[in-house]
Write a protein that binds this ligand. Structure first.
Ligand code: PRP
Length: 215
């Protein structure tokens, strides 16, 4: 029987993502040991976990290098890949928001608004839908710095506790979209490996329901 390949995004979601698979019987002892390895297998269960950069999970899944993936809704929205979004896993909850220096007023900006973000596609689409053309500045991290040093007027970023904004003198000026971890699937695998994938998907949905009931 074919292996099922699962892409997990390194960082915040990988551990919890793996825990769900473990809970439904697809454990992998190798994954639980600290190492620099990027690929882990359970040959008995015929499952393989690959650890990729979070932003790359959608491309692995779209192209079928992974049958399933666990990734944040933020990355799904930014990447806009062709894949099935199967379930909201209920963890990794945060939100997309527009933030700026305390006291900043959007109405006061004449002309193009300068927006810094790790999520340029999400930012551009959001402001276009709100009838505003923007000058999008793509950054790769530490986005909170941009308004402080005058690189941008506002930022579009994910906000979880709000701690990073607060410690840098910024505040949310508009809530945008809710974000959480999602289970995604390759469209072809979902058909050809249907039996096994469907079984995994159903078990994961059950496990998530139980977890949410415990909260
Ligand atoms: C995210 C985001 C904020 C921070 C928000 O960055 O870009 O900087 O987390 O979290 P908070 O509201 O709980 O403070 P992340 O930690 O993913 O790091 P990165 O900038 O390296 O992607």
């Amino acid at each position: 029987m074919d292996y099922i390949n699962v892409a997990l995004g390194k960082g915040r979601l990988a551990e919890k993502g793996y825990e769900i698979f473990k809970k439904i019987g697809y454990d992998c002892s190798e994954f639980e040991k600290k190492s620099r390895k990027l690929i882990f297998e359970n040959s008995e269960k015929k499952i393989r976990f690959i650890l990729v950069k979070a932003q790359d999970v959608p491309v692995y899944v779209e192209r079928g290098a992974a049958d399933l993936g666990i990734v944040g809704k933020d990355t799904i929205m930014e990447e806009g890949r062709d894949l099935y979004e199967i379930a909201d896993l209920g963890f990794g909850r945060c939100k997309f928001a527009v933030a700026a220096m305390k006291g900043f007023k959007l109405e006061n900006v004449r002309g193009q608004l300068k927006v810094a973000s790790k999520y340029p596609n999400v930012a551009t689409k959001y402001f276009l839908e709100n009838g505003r053309q923007i000058d999008t500045i793509k950054l790769n991290g530490s986005v909170e710095l941009a308004p402080i040093v005058g690189l941008s007027d506002v930022i579009v970023d994910i906000v979880e506790t709000g701690g990073t904004l607060k410690e840098n003198g910024l505040e949310v000026i508009q809530d945008m979209y809710p974000v959480s971890a999602r289970l995604v699937a390759n469209k072809v695998s979902f058909k050809t490996k249907n039996g096994k994938i469907r079984g995994i998907v159903e078990k994961i949905k059950e496990a998530v329901k139980e977890d949410n009931a415990d909260d």
